[in-house]
Design a protein around this ligand. Sequence first.
Ligand code: AMP
Ligand code: MG
Length: 348
Amino acid sequence: MTDSQNLRRLFGLQTGLLAILLLTACPTLCRPTAIRFEFSEPQMGVPFRIVLYAPDRATAEPAARAAFTRISQLNDILSDYDTDSELSRLSQSAGSGRTVKVGDDLWFVLMRSQALAERTGGAFDVTVGPAVSLWRKARREKKLPNPAKLAEALKAVGYQKLRLDLRQHTAQLVAPYMRLDLGAIAKGYAVDEALKVLRAHGIHRALVSGGGDMAAGDPPPGKKGWRIEVGSLDATNAPVPRFVLLANAGLATSGDLFQHVEIDGRRYSHIIDPRTGIGLSDHSLVTVIAPDAITADSLATAVSVLGPERGRRLIEGTKGAAVRIVRLPGRTIETSESSRFKRFCEGP
Ligand code: AMP
Ligand code: MG
């Protein structure tokens, strides 16, 4: 065989090998690796939504199902509506002198709640349950809570009355009639946990949202982040909405836009100042971005109670956090943003 024949044979062999290699690799190489899927399901009393990118439906669907199952499992633990939840059973021990062993999820949420209660001097306080019940009734009946009943309820409110034993992972509710309410933090934790489940299924480009709280993973293909509209108040001179780009972070919005009651011309929020037991009436919308959704959710409620000045200070002192506050205290809208907020905004 001449040199040129040898070369041609070798070349032919290599081309053939390359063709075989390409054929075997094709299912992986030729398949689009990122198809957008969207799923939604009612969970924790509100619609939850998952948007994710996956190679195919066979990967996307079981992952989304597992994420919703995790949210539902957390609802069974953290709900104050379900009288059989771990949280409700803990509340039922109030004033009995008993300490109660707490499971990992509830423990984590209670620890985060108490830490924020300390930092905010009780503006954020998950023992606010008895006052929340009176305001839920007020919303249904469109009548202010009875002041005597409110004063009575406040005796069972106060984060110092919830004692956590760091070594034993037990909790004690020291005053009778105490009732814990995780409505300001549980959804944030649930979306964080749902995102973790998606990641465990190999899905990293995902956004999980529910009730104004969201947890973002890696951005959609070719994008810097998930494009999220930050709402404004429904007032005539409200500022134009802002868009933020969110990746590997949490975002939460708190305010009286969706849940409030109007009595004698005054609008009261479902967010309560635990020190007075009264629903906020300054008409505000607070959006917080933080490294995760549990942080964003709890901070958004805390800033609503603290107001713009103390609220902004709280955010500036929290690593990786940013806030936008839109308020209508009187007739004119006031908007303020923390120093880090612009970094998340779309555009120049
Ligand atoms: P969010 O929508 O996250 O601001 O949470 C509001 C919910 O948290 C309310 O519906 C109550 O269940 C509960 N809540 C109200 N006021 C407070 C407060 N000051 N601290 C903690 N939780 C609160
Ligand atoms: Mg909240």
